[in-house]
Write a protein that binds this ligand. Structure first.
Ligand code: CA
Length: 228
């Protein structure tokens, strides 16, 4: 299990990271909102522990709000010294999945984390038949693709390409990954087959929309999502 801890207080961060590592989690730590948000967006996490009050302009809740607006549903446990009912409700309303006030007992943190990731795994299995990114929706059962309510007709290969990119949203997808997963080629055929399909798909998905979803990452490959 990979956990991202966003916490600015050094002692608390060390306590969390050491405790989680002892419990066999793979833990990464960010000490400010900007790097926390970046790591949350760039990598896949099984859960995040986010401190409510961070020293930047962005507090922990604004990180969660940003992620939820981008359809990032990684379960989040909010940690805070603010224990009032109002504050806890606010934390949950902003998209936190659970709220734990400091000081806390480590076994309680572990139990909540466990419940959170289990709930998430169940709901992820239920909704895995469709993918939504911004105003694009992909129904994996019926293979119906819509953007802003308009149906987009894709050829089978274009659909596989879109599905693969969407399943790996916000991550760089290399040409090798595409060749192996979408074309079943385990060698580079040395043709421009990918460029041609990407350009067709881009026309179908992005043309006429102000927010492009299919981005070229120079020298690396492609990235699908709201941010390029
Ligand atoms: Ca803090």
């Amino acid at each position: 299990m990979r956990i991202l801890v966003i916490e600015d207080e050094t002692d608390m961060a060390r306590y969390l990271c050491e405790g989680l590592r002892q419990a066999d989690f793979e833990v990464h730590h960010a000490s400010d909102a900007a790097s926390g948000l970046r790591q949350a967006q760039e990598y896949k996490w099984d859960a995040m522990i986010v401190d409510r009050m961070l020293p930047d302009d962005q507090d922990g809740l604004s990180i969660i709000r940003t992620l939820r607006n981008q359809q990032n549903k990684t379960p989040v446990l909010v940690l805070s010294a603010l224990a009032s009912l109002d504050e806890r409700v606010k934390g949950l309303r902003e998209g936190g999945d659970d709220y734990l006030t400091k000081p806390f007992a480590f076994p309680e943190l572990l139990a909540r984390l466990d419940a959170l990731t289990r709930r998430y795994a169940n709901s992820a299995a239920e909704v895995s038949r469709s993918i939504k990114i911004a105003d694009l929706s992909i129904d994996l059962s019926t293979r119906r693709v819509e953007r802003a309510g308009q149906v987009i007709n894709l050829q089978p290969r274009e659909f596989r390409l879109l599905e693969y990119l969407a399943r790996n949203q916000n991550q760089v997808v290399t040409r090798t990954m595409l060749l192996e997963s979408v074309w079943d080629f385990h060698f580079d055929p040395g043709t421009n087959v990918i460029d041609v399909q990407i350009s067709r798909l881009r026309t179908k998905i992005d043309k006429g929309h102000s927010t492009p979803l299919l981005h070229t990452v120079r020298g690396a490959g492609y990235k699908f999502g709201i941010d390029g």
